[in-house]
Each structure stands twice: as structure tokens, then as C-alpha cells.
Design a protein around this ligand. Structure first.
Ligand SMILES: C[S@@+](CC[C@H](N)C(=O)[O-])C[C@H]1O[C@@H](n2cnc3c(N)ncnc32)[C@H](O)[C@@H]1O
Length: 486
């Protein structure tokens, strides 16, 4: 009989759902362990939930380290929700990323992997590594909260004795804790300019606390919401975007001066996005440009892309080129092909594909991304790409646009983490292109949508290539090819 709060010793043998670790106790009982454990570790874990078939527990102490365990470089490791895998060496991260993709496709999607005696069947390829393991992010989104997340060492300290205010934080949320953020002054995935900006903006906001109170998700009052910094990985251009509830021209002009003084020529644009949304998503309803052109550019392969504050762009410029080459290789485009690039963002995949096919239709929800995509095509004299703003849940409209544009031979789809709306998957089944290239940053969504494509034998999965866009994290991108069954 197990009891809550009981400590047990267990060897971690696998990863479980939601980045938990998994092990088996001597009597065969399954146990999930939350916290910074690694496969191969022996740990002490404290049970907090008892079910008939499994126990849920929290990591308490390392008894024997895995051979793949390394010392995390970040002082916030274990607290911050970002780099959950800093304690594993990179070969182990890559192994687990590939495994995550294959496990999801097998367990959620019902696909099988492995070659039979005749060499038929598919393999999930080894995960393509990233060139930079730290400092690779070209975008960081820091949150303001009026409740600072306290470390275990800080809990219980007299409120007057804290080094930092208790009611101000600029940084990252601890996992599952949206009302509080860990106040950080440095992130190893950021560039030097990003870290410098983080500290300059914090200093400014603390100096002007009465005029710039932090937005509270409880009372829905206050100003400061997010600080988003973007950097052109291949151009060095740098954008600061402060997201607030309203626009205060004098204060923003002062902040602009402070940023220019701190960053010099390295700052190329500063914008203030404002939003009235009752959530913490850093997406502006209106934008004020305080310095520079209001956008940055970045280069991938032969193309330079314009990127506005609210437009999606791959967050790892170094690895995005490899991802797009992989998408092209997987798409196997022919010169006469009509291609659809669904969820096209700033049109980066469409542009990469444009010289390999007859024409491309890019579809995207966000207005600024669509105008960036059009501008990106124009500045490269690419005339065979058309971009439309459309919610991909709106099936009726895409059918109308499709009639006008032409039936696709290949559809490349790159949805957000949640995957495609079932209506959009049904639409793909209805228009039935010869091949669908599904680009996904969430193996579970890929598996679920892939299953929908393949049920009733309409499509079959023919290849799956994981690629690491986000070293030190448990996230993995993959590119899968589905072909229409004959
Ligand atoms: C993962 S990003 C892919 C962007 C692009 N393919 C790239 O590589 O840069 C997903 C994109 O889908 C867009 N999006 C989200 N929901 C959408 C919807 N319902 N209809 C159309 N586009 C949507 C987002 O704005 C975002 O640009």
C-alpha cells in the first residue's frame, strides 16, 4: 500500500507525457516523476497521487546520476519553464526528441515504424541537430507580473529583507503559474543585446512604477504586460517591443532615449504595442513606432524577410534554413506543381518553394504577417506567390479561393502547436492533393492530424524527419510527408 507523501527510490527508464519521467517500482507499479530528473537517474521521489495503475510523484533528490546528466548552466534551471533539458547532454536530448516524435506517432496516431524483411515500412529519422546550443533565439518574450515567483530559499524571508521587490517581476513564468513570473536578469538562450535590453527596461520600469504599474490578470488594471525583443540572426537588426495597455507618448519617448543610450547602433527599432485583451498574450491591437522603421529584416538562404512585431518568424534563424531545405526536400516539387503554403506566416516557406514550382498560394490569419509576406515576395521580384488573409477554420472561403487559384498538387501545412482544426483537416481530405507536407512543432498534434488524414486509407505516412530548433528544451519540430493512396 502506498501513501501520499511517501518517499520512494526509483530508476528513471523513460519519458512520460508532459515532460514527466517514468519508472517502475520493485513490485511493478508504474510511477511518473515530475521535476528535473533524467532518463538513467536513480531518484528519491515523493508520491502525491495514488491511482490503481500508477503513482504520480515529485522529484526530491538525486541518488545516482544518469551517465547523460550534466551540470545545467542556468541558475534558474528547475524553476523556469523554458530550458527543461539543460541537465542532459546534447546527444541524449536528440535521442529523446526523436523518440518523442516516434512515440506520439505510434501511440496517438496508430502508425507503425520499422522495415520488414522486404525493406518495406518507414523509419522515424534521427533528429537533425542544431548548430548553436545556446544564444540561438532570435525572439524572446518576457512577461511582467505584479507577483514575483519566490525560490524555496526566499520563501519565509522577511518582506523587507528581499533583494528585489515582491510585487515586480520581468521574466518567465514558472511552469503552470501564469500569475507569477521569475524575475530574471539573464537567459542563456538570448543574445547579449536581449539580456541588456531586459535589464535596461526593468530599470526604467522600476524608476517609473507609479506611472507604469504592472497589468494585473486578477483586477485587469495596470499597464506593463510584455517585453518582446527580436533580432535578425543573419542581419543583426534588433527590435524592442513593449506591450502595454495604453500608449503614453512621453514615457515611451523617454524609454526610447534610454534604450538608444544603452544599445547604441545595435538598436534598429523600438515599438510600443497596446492591447486591451484580458490575457497575457503579447499581441498588439495597435502599434506605435517610436524609433526606426517598425520592423526588422532577417535573411534565410537567398531571401531577406521583413518581420513586424506581431508576425510569426521561426525563432532560430540558424536552424530555420535547414528546416526549409528539409521541407523542400520532403515536398519533392515539380516545375508544374501548384503549391499551397497553409499557416504561411511571413511567407518564408512559400518563397523558398517559389523557384521550384509553378505557383504558391500562402494562407495566413494575421494581417501584419500577410502584408510582410507580400512585401517579402515583392522585394525579391517573386511573382508566382499569392498571399491571402484567411482563418483556416473558414473552409467555405478557402474552397472559393482554391477554385480561383487552381487545385494544389502539394500542400505544405505548418500550423501552431495546437495543430489544425478538424474542419481544416477535412478540407485537406476533400481537396486531396497528391502530397501533404506537415510541419509541426508538436508531435501530439502531428500524430492526431496525421491519423485523421490516414484513417479510411486516404493517405499514408511515407517519411518523418525530426529537427531540433530549440536545444535545451523538450520541444521538437518535425517534417512529415503524407501521400495520397492510389
Ligand atoms: C508555426 S507558424 C508557421 C509560420 C510559417 N510557416 C513559418 O515557417 O514562418 C503558424 C502560423 O499560423 C498562423 N495561424 C494561426 N491560426 C491560424 C488560422 N486559424 N488560420 C490561418 N493561420 C493561422 C499564425 O499566425 C502563424 O503565422
Amino acid at each position: 500500500m502506498y501513501k501520499k507523501k511517501q518517499m520512494v527510490e526509483v530508476e528513471i527508464i523513460d519519458l512520460g507525457d508532459k515532460n514527466q519521467c517514468f519508472g517502475r517500482l520493485e513490485d511493478g507499479m508504474s510511477i511518473f516523476v515530475q521535476g528535473p530528473a533524467a532518463v538513467g537517474d536513480v531518484v528519491q521521489a515523493e508520491i502525491f497521487k495514488i491511482k490503481k495503475k500508477y503513482l504520480a510523484s515529485r522529484f526530491r533528490e538525486l541518488v545516482k546520476p544518469s551517465p547523460h546528466r550534466i551540470e545545467p548552466v542556468c541558475p534558474y534551471f528547475g524553476l523556469c519553464g523554458g530550458c527543461k533539458w539543460q541537465h542532459m547532454d546534447y546527444s541524449e536530448q536528440l535521442r529523446l526528441k526523436r523518440k518523442q516524435v516516434q512515440d506520439a506517432l505510434e501511440h496517438i496516431g496508430g502508425f507503425s515504424f520499422g522495415k520488414d524483411e522486404d525493406g518495406d515500412g518507414i523509419e522515424c529519422a534521427a533528429c537533425i541537430p542544431a548548430p548553436e546550443l545556446f544564444g540561438y533565439r532570435n525572439k524572446m518574450d518576457f512577461s511582467f507580473t505584479d507577483l514575483r515567483y519566490l525560490t524555496t530559499d526566499e520563501i519565509g524571508i522577511d518582506p523587507d529583507e528581499h533583494d528585489k521587490p515582491l510585487d515586480f517581476a520581468l521574466g518567465f513564468h514558472a511552469p503552470g503559474c501564469y500569475a507569477k513570473a521569475i524575475d530574471i536578469d539573464h537567459c542563456d538562450l538570448s543574445t547579449e543585446e536581449m539580456n541588456m535590453t531586459l535589464n535596461t527596461v526593468r530599470e526604467f520600469c522600476l524608476e517609473h512604477r507609479s506611472e507604469l504599474p504592472i497589468y494585473s490578470t486578477r483586477s485587469h488594471t495596470g499597464e506593463l504586460r510584455n517585453l518582446v525583443v527580436r533580432h535578425g540572426g543573419h542581419t543583426g537588426e534588433f527590435m524592442v517591443n513593449l506591450v502595454t495597455s495604453t500608449h503614453s507618448p512621453e514615457l515611451m519617448a523617454k524609454l526610447s532615449e534610454k534604450l538608444q543610450a544603452a544599445l547604441g547602433d545595435r538598436l534598429t527599432t523600438f515599438v510600443n504595442n497596446i492591447t486591451s485583451a484580458k490575457n497575457t498574450v503579447a499581441f498588439g491591437e495597435k502599434e506605435f513606432v517610436l524609433y526606426g522603421p517598425g520592423f526588422i529584416t532577417d535573411r534565410l538562404g537567398d531571401y531577406t524577410y521583413r518581420i513586424s512585431a506581431n508576425s510569426f518568424f521561426q525563432t532560430n534563424s540558424g536552424q530555420a534554413e535547414k528546416l526549409y531545405m528539409q521541407i523542400l526536400e520532403t515536398a519533392q516539387l515539380k516545375p508544374d506543381d501548384i503549391v499551397y503554403d497553409l499557416f504561411c506566416g511571413t511567407g518564408s516557406i512559400a518563397l523558398f518553394a517559389s523557384s521550384h514550382c509553378s505557383k504558391v498560394l500562402g494562407v495566413e490569419l494575421v494581417e501584419s504577417s500577410v502584408s510582410d509576406a507580400r512585401e517579402n515576395a515583392r522585394r525579391h521580384d517573386v511573382e508566382n506567390c499569392t498571399f491571402i488573409q484567411l482563418d483556416l477554420k473558414d473552409i467555405k472561403h478557402i474552397e472559393e479561393d482554391m477554385r480561383e487559384f487552381g487545385h494544389p498538387d502539394v500542400v505544405i501545412t505548418d500550423p501552431p502547436r495546437a495543430g489544425m482544426n478538424p474542419k481544416a483537416v477535412k478540407m485537406l481530405l476533400k481537396i486531396a492533393p497528391a502530397a501533404i507536407v506537415y510541419v509541426s512543432c508538436n508531435p501530439a498534434s502531428l500524430a492526431r492530424d496525421g491519423q485523421m488524414l490516414c484513417e479510411e486509407g486516404a493517405y499514408r505516412l511515407v517519411s518523418c524527419q525530426p529537427i531540433d530548433m530549440f536545444p535545451q528544451t523538450n520541444h521538437v519540430e518535425s517534417v512529415a510527408r503524407f501521400e495520397k493512396s492510389m
